[in-house]
Design a protein around this ligand. Structure first.
Ligand SMILES: Cc1ncc(COP(=O)(O)O)c(C=O)c1O
Length: 399
């Protein structure tokens, strides 16, 4: 298989697998247990928390382990906004039109709970402006949630500038507090993540995107950030996320994050060069293609391309038949076709969005993988275009 869908999920790192193994077997104690087996599990969780904190330049007490990116994002957005409103700080939330559905749907949930939500636009390259965020701030604003790196087109958002804009605005408004959360799910391994340099109050990660296990995630929650937990029950995760800890998942997460957090510039340079090889090869070998989104200020592993005249799902299926895994930019379910909300927000014409495919490279991607795709893609695109034209001609003929 040539796997170019790392933005969807990545293979488990062998080191994470090895670190998890004891906790899936003989070391099965509940961390809340007061006996030796419990203490052993608890100390593994504690070590993992310290490792994750170091990777993000946070304090261990600011790290909450969750079931993944979706939970972290929901907990941050709903938990912070709700706590802020309870403290009479206001009921306005700012987010963007290009968030992952976890963020968009959490924002819609907040609307149902009576919050007012502003969705910031982006430009043609998929970037949201810090000045737009500054202009959207109001005395009732309690939370801004903006993703660090977009999962469809790879655009990076100016989170540190947004934090400064919020800080400046707050100074001019008598110290009014506005919390800043970022969905950093696509960033580990490609960008340094320093919660202080970013200036965020909360940050969400999903373990399987950086070589950790599925169903595990991290929420960074800065000390003293107002927060109402999403899950209620026992007092785990410093009373912020109830439920018996997924010890193996937590250990695997911390192991994978530590590896992803080192060698970032070499990894990015190597994979970025492969991405360029793929982009140049496609642009040279396939007529009528358009690159969606940014070429600069973006993740090094992401390439989103529209193939005019074909539907992306047909191309994904055709490549799958050759053992190549890529992702379609549009979703077709129950015979309704749904264009990507990100490409729509970028102003990509529907005809172009229909044929968009995301290639997301990973640490293990090789030049041979890229060349393998380039050897097949032009032929498959031509074949699908011919089929589409033939169908259109057939339908145009009188019955
Ligand atoms: C940017 C972004 N945020 C959030 C998520 C949700 O992560 P998970 O499905 O692991 O909960 C994803 C997953 O694709 C993502 O790409």
């Amino acid at each position: 298989m040539i796997y170019l869908d790392h933005a969807a999920t990545s293979p488990l790192r062998p080191e994470a697998h090895a670190a998890m193994e004891p906790f899936l077997g003989e070391t099965f104690g509940n961390p809340s247990g007061l006996y030796a087996a419990g203490r052993e599990a608890q100390s593994a969780v504690d070590r993992a928390r310290s490792t994750a904190a170091q990777c993000l330049r946070a304090r261990p007490s600011e790290i909450i382990f969750t079931s993944g990116g979706t939970e972290s994002i929901n907990a941050a957005m709903v938990g912070i906004a709700y706590a802020m409103r309870r403290a009479d700080c206001g009921n306005h939330v700012i987010t963007t039109a290009i968030e992952h559905h976890a963020g968009i749907h959490a924002a819609q949930c907040l609307e149902e709970l009576g919050f007012e939500v502003t969705y910031l636009p982006c430009d043609r390259s998929g970037h949201v402006r810090a000045t737009d965020l500054a202009a959207a701030l109001r005395p009732e604003t309690v939370l801004a949630s903006v993703m660090l790196a977009n999962n469809e087109v790879g655009s990076l958002q100016p989170i540190a500038d947004m934090a400064s804009a919020i800080h400046d605005w707050a100074k001019r408004h008598g110290g009014h507090r506005v919390m800043l959360h970022t969905d950093a799910v696509q960033a580990p391994g490609w960008l340094e993540i320093d919660v202080n340099a970013l200036g965020v109050d909360a940050l969400s990660l999903s373990s399987h995107k950086f070589g950790g296990p599925k169903g595990s995630g991290v929420l960074f929650l800065r000390r003293a950030t107002p927060f109402r937990p999403l899950l209620h029950g026992g007092g785990q995760e410093m009373q912020k996320r109830a439920g018996t800890e997924n010890v193996a998942g937590i250990v695997g997460t911390a192991t994978a994050l530590a590896i992803a957090s080192s060698g970032i510039s070499e990894r990015s340079a190597r994979v970025g060069a492969l991405r360029e090889r793929l982009r140049e090869g496609i642009v040279a070998g396939v007529p009528d293609v358009l690159v969606n989104g940014c070429q600069v200020n973006c993740l090094p592993n992401n390439l989103n391309i529209s193939f005019r005249g074909i539907e992306s799902e047909a191309l994904v299926a055709a490549l799958d038949a050759h053992g190549i895994a890529v992702s379609s930019g549009s979703a077709c379910s129950n015979s309704t076709w749904e264009p990507s909300h990100v490409l729509m927000a970028m102003g990509v014409p529907i005809r172009q969005a229909v044929g968009s495919v995301r290639f997301s490279l990973g640490e293990g991607t090789t030049a041979a993988d890229v060349d393998g795709v380039l050897a097949v893609l032009p032929r498959e695109v031509a074949r699908l275009r011919e089929a589409t034209t033939a169908i259109a001609q057939h339908l145009a003929e009188p019955a």
